[in-house]
Every structure is written in structure tokens, then in C-alpha cells.
Design a protein around this ligand. Sequence first.
Ligand code: DX5
Ligand code: ZN
Length: 220
Amino acid sequence: MFEIAPSILSADFTRLAEAIDAVKRGGARVLHVDVMDGHFVPNITIGLPVVRSLRKATDMTIDTHLMISEPGRYATEFVRAGADMVSVHVEVDHHLQRTLTAIRDEGAKAGIAINPATPIETLAEALPYADFVLLMSVNPGFGGQKFIPTMLDKLRRLRRMIDDMGLPVRIEIDGGIGKNNISDVVDAGAEILVAGSAVFDGGDPAAAVAELIESGTVWV
Ligand code: DX5
Ligand code: ZN
């Protein structure tokens, strides 16, 4: 089973409530929220106040992807703001085990995000403390980028590594996901599929989510 997590980064920020209603109608249950600090990534987006507002507006699972330096300083604040899932980047957290444990202790699912050029081996010691891995299939910072094709093999290797360790860790994939590659990433072991431009750029987010779910579903 897989699910689509629409990224509100590609939505109209003045009409977020409508965007949320639409993606929910289309069949999404997870809302992906991209938090960027202009330091770890070359873009600045949204933070805690927006997550607090989203929490009041929806019962969807709020998935906050922290693309920020020193994520350990803020991760639990995002849980208190209402996030159900919080991922922090392995590249910038020197105390990953501590951060993941703190996220879990605060009551949310803890995720490790990993950039395209970072080897999956860097995850090994922290995986037992994680509920999911967010595998970046573009370099983080912007929506609408092209899926990096070699990430498909990386995804397969990550799936194998997690399964070999016997861990119940889910894989989320983020960047350049659309109806042309959705069944490939599902086949390779991704369970949560982030989609920003593929959901919001066409003007009918509800239909786009439904279509993505359809394209990733293998009928037997
Ligand atoms: C990129 C973000 C993504 C982004 C995905 O840094 O982490 O979540 O919104 O957008 P698309 O689906 O357009 O690649
Ligand atoms: Zn993201």
C-alpha cells in the first residue's frame, strides 16, 4: 500500500484551506509541509505558526519536512505545534539519535531525511530510532524539479537495507514524483509519495490526487 502526500509548497498560500479540502477529497490523508530556512537550503518557506494554523484546520496527518540547520533545536516544537510526522536531515543533525528519540517522546513519528548524494550507509545506526526515511529524489529547496533517475536504485537499496535489518521503517520519497514514475517508485519500495507540482500545477488538485493514486495502483 502507498499513499500520496501532497506538498503545500506548490499550493496558493492565500487559499490553503481550499487546497487542503481538495486534496482530501481526492483521497490524500497526509499533508506534506516543507519548512526551509534559507541556510540549509537556498529558499525560505514557512514555519511553526503555519503548522499551528494547519492543525486547527484539518484532521489530516501533518508531515513536516524540516530543511533547516540545527533541526534538533526545533523538532519537538513542530510536534507541539501539531505535526504528526517530523523529519530531520541526516546531513545537518550531529545528534540524530537524540532528535529522533525526542520527536517520538513528544508523540510524533520520527523521520530521517536524506539528500540525493548522501550514502544510505549514514542512516544505519539511527534507523532503529526512526519510523520513516524521507528519501530525496531531487536536491531540496524547490518544487517542480526533475526526478533524479539514479534515485530509483538508491530507493531499492534502502528498502533492502531496512528489510535486512528487520525494521518496520517506512520509506517516503520526495521530489519529481508524477504519474509517469509513480508505479516505479511504488515497485521499488516507497510507501509515502510526496507530490507538489503534480498535484497543484494543473488547477484541479482533487482530480490530480485521484489520478496519481490510480496510476500507482497495480491491479491484479
Ligand atoms: C523540495 C521539497 C518537496 C517539493 C516537492 O525541496 O522537499 O517536498 O515540494 O515538489 P515536486 O513534487 O514538485 O517535486
Ligand atoms: Zn519535502
